[in-house]
Design a protein around this ligand. Structure first.
Ligand SMILES: NC(=O)c1ccc[n+]([C@@H]2O[C@H](COP(=O)([O-])OP(=O)(O)OC[C@H]3O[C@@H](n4cnc5c(N)ncnc54)[C@H](OP(=O)(O)O)[C@@H]3O)[C@@H](O)[C@H]2O)c1
Length: 339
């Protein structure tokens, strides 16, 4: 078994809901942890105490039940008068996702935090409860498993949490010539960046539409706007996220549910080492943004119900200037920038 920094264990992908535990904290909020995946590859069905062993009530900072329907003010922000709304954020264990969670918590939002690295999620949950007094629910899940989106949705339902905002942020890239890259990693990437995002959106958008309100933030990239040789599959997954989100936004226009696509340019996070792209010229050519400012930009856009949000003037200029370059040139330009 390969144990990665940050306590994440990587092993064969498997399907199991292992256990569900309640971890009371210092009284400033009750934190729950649902482990829907463990990285050692062992197959263990849900343990007997599963749902029964869980205190299904998640308490907010003031000791009141934090699970009554979330309320948003007209900008989608948490209302001080009513119970705090809940946001589900995937990829919350670091980088842009963790910064999005912090940005929402500052506005009074409770958080369902989803990723694989349990200790980072728990650390963030503790920080949010301590610094912002919001309630959290940690869900440890590997979204590259086909079953994961269904399990996450079931877990949220089991806890009685109504998700007012869905942030599909989890994702990763892979740098190098297509034919040299690993097929399994590529399938995992498509599963996380595309399939999990689509299935979580289907589940929660339907509930939001029934309630007549909700916010969805899908994290694409400036990579979404053109093909990207040397990160061929990654760019294609982000083009999907952008096209999917823009179309869905249009379909949901009369439902009270908005879909925002956040398209960051290069941003300092774990992304570059995950994608093995530290040597890419792109990182030397373009200014690299900080995750908190990208997250703040995305959260404001989502709460305001905007469509496509590209943080950073240079990134916006880059996207717009593409319109003046023949499409046939785009792959060569991107390749030059990446090499
Ligand atoms: N950084 C950039 O330059 C940049 C630019 C444009 C767009 N983006 C996009 O921004 C999003 C966030 O990336 P980041 O920059 O914040 O990178 P990051 O620091 O590597 O964070 C990626 C997050 O996704 C989670 N994740 C990855 N694989 C997962 C899996 N199989 N199951 C569950 N969670 C998984 C990671 O958590 P665990 O490892 O704990 O599972 C982590 O929380 C991604 O969609 C990325 O494509 C990034």
């Amino acid at each position: 078994m390969d144990v990665r920094p940050g306590g994440r264990e990587r092993g064969p992908i498997f399907a199991a809901t292992r256990d569900l535990r309640t971890r009371p904290t210092d009284g400033s909020g009750a934190r729950h942890v649902a482990q829907l995946w463990e990285g050692d590859g062992s197959m263990s069905g849900r343990e007997g105490e599963g749902t029964e062993g869980v205190n299904a009530e998640v308490r907010g900072p003031d000791g009141q039940n934090a699970l009554s329907p979330g309320s948003m003010d007209r900008n989608g922000a948490g209302s001080r008068a009513g119970p705090a709304p809940w946001a589900l954020v995937t990829g919350a264990s670091g980088g842009i996702g963790a910064a999005i969670v912090r940005s929402l918590a500052r506005r009074g939002w409770n958080g369902v935090l989803v990723a694989r690295t349990r200790d980072r999620l728990e650390g963030l949950a503790q920080e949010l409860e301590r610094d912002h007094g919001v309630a959290t629910h940690v869900v440890v899940s590997d979204l590259s498993r086909q079953e994961a989106p269904g399990e996450v949705s079931e877990e949220v339902a089991r806890q009685g949490i109504e998700v007012d905002a869905l942030v599909n942020n989890a994702g990763f890239g892979d740098f190098g010539p297509y034919l040299d890259r690993d097929d399994g990693r590529e399938q995992d990437m498509i599963q996380v960046n595309v399939s999990a995002l689509t299935r979580l959106t289907r589940h929660f958008a339907a509930q939001m539409a029934t309630r007549g309100r909700g916010r969805i933030l899908n994290v694409a990239s400036t990579a979404a706007f053109q093909p990207g040789p040397l990160m061929t599959v990654y760019y294609a997954t982000k083009a999907y996220v952008l096209a999917f989100s823009e179309a869905l936004r249009h379909e949901l226009a009369d439902t009270g549910v908005t879909v925002t696509t956040l398209c960051p340019g290069p941003t300092r996070s774990g992304f570059q080492s995950q994608a093995e792209m530290e040597g890419s010229r792109l990182l030397r050519l373009l200014p690299v943004s900080e995750a908190p400012s990208v997250a703040e930009f995305g959260v404001k856009a989502m709460l305001a119900g905007r469509g496509v949000a590209v943080p950073g003037l240079l990134n916006r200029l880059g996207v717009v200037s593409l319109r003046f370059v023949p499409r046939a040139w785009w792959p060569a330009l991107v390749r030059k920038a990446q090499e």
